[in-house]
Design a protein around this ligand. Structure first.
Ligand SMILES: Nc1nc2c(ncn2[C@@H]2O[C@H](COP(=O)(O)OP(=O)(O)OP(=O)(O)O)[C@@H](O)[C@H]2O)c(=O)[nH]1
Ligand SMILES: [Mg+2]
Length: 315
């Protein structure tokens, strides 16, 4: 395992691919190795938004821009939270990012989210760490904004980009879903289509509704950037907005706070997963739970009291 991580650090792409697959499958050896290795902390950018908003096309254009500007290694993790078995969206991502397959300075990994608690956070963090070990910086995480995933993506990134498009109803949807709450930068993609101006006004209104920062707390006015991902229009402005947000985080010491939050989110996700697993596993907790289940089933113990007993002595 030390060899595998050693090769990965030396820039061996096949070692990286293999480690990513092992980590995704929960391989204990690779996860242990990761836990006992000092992992660098590259910049993380989260990209979320409704299905089909052009996120992958935009990420691909951003990667092209960064590479042309001299960024040595850009990593991308595209997570599909909607279905653990989905092939369609992932295949689409691969096709849209295919232009980078011959570029050793770009690595794109598509992955399915695990279906349970903090599924996005758990698998994605490991993938991002492996890319970080391999020297990729920044690491960009794309996820489709459905359900809670847009809030989760904010948990894995220093800067969260929300991508919207001027389709009827889109803005209303985004505002309702609370997607605005997590945006550090809003992109209006497909700005070549009619309605961009109207959407921008709606987004501005939505952003104004966000709670104001406490007096004296650093204020980040969320920029709205219009792009046409398919031809690269606005991508330079987007890169500038991302750099400005990073500078803002650094200037106010917020980068450390964001990483501390991320560690806590990861702990929470892993703890929930482990506890849920322990209930149905082979250990002492599962034994106790099984006995209590039987009594609840018979009706000789209420569910509430069963839980109290389960946790008695544990907490
Ligand atoms: N007209 C126009 N079409 C675009 C633009 N950006 C992306 N598209 C098209 O929109 C479609 C969806 O693009 P994707 O990049 O796959 O969108 P996505 O948000 O990654 O999609 P999912 O990952 O499936 O949610 C593709 O057919 C793109 O070519 C744009 O700026 N203008
Ligand atoms: Mg996509």
């Amino acid at each position: 395992m030390a060899d595998l991580l050693g090769n990965l650090r030396a820039g061996d792409t096949r070692a990286l691919a293999r480690a990513l697959t092992l980590a995704e499958n929960g391989d204990a050896a690779v996860l242990d190795a990761l836990d006992t290795t000092a992992v660098p902390q590259p910049r993380r950018v989260g990209v979320t938004g409704p299905p089909g908003a052009g996120k992958s096309t935009l990420v691909s254009a951003l990667v092209r821009h960064l590479r042309a500007g001299g960024t040595p290694k850009v990593g991308v993790v595209a997570v599909d939270p909607s279905s653990p078995f989905s092939g369609g969206a992932l295949l689409g991502d691969r096709l849209r990012m295919a232009e980078h397959t011959l570029d050793a300075g770009v690595y794109v990994r598509s992955m399915a989210a695990r279906g349970h608690f903090g599924g996005l956070a758990a698998g994605c963090e490991d993938a991002c760490d492996l890319l970080a070990l391999a020297g990729f910086d920044p690491v960009i995480v794309e996820t489709v904004g459905v359900g809670q995933s847009e809030v989760e993506v904010a948990g894995v990134a220093d800067t969260t980009l929300v991508v919207l498009t001027p389709n009827a109803g889109d803005s209303v949807q985004a505002l309702k879903a609370g997607i605005m709450e997590v945006a550090d930068v809003v992109v209006i993609n497909k700005a070549d289509k009619p309605g961009a101006q109207r959407l921008e006004e709606d987004v501005r209104e939505g952003l104004d509704l966000r709670p104001h920062p406490a007096p004296g707390a650093p204020h980040w006015p969320v920029p709205i950037v219009r792009t046409v991902a398919t031809d690269g229009t606005g991508v330079a402005e987007l890169a500038a907005a991302l750099a400005a947000h990073e500078a803002h985080l650094r200037a106010h010491g917020l980068l450390d706070a964001s990483r501390a939050r991320r560690r806590l989110a990861r702990l929470e996700a892993l703890a929930r997963e482990a506890l849920a697993g322990a209930l149905h596993g082979q250990g002492a907790l599962a034994g106790r739970y099984g006995a209590l289940r039987a009594r609840v089933e018979q009706g000789s113990l209420t569910p509430r009291r069963a839980v109290a007993r389960l946790l008695d002595g544990v907490i």
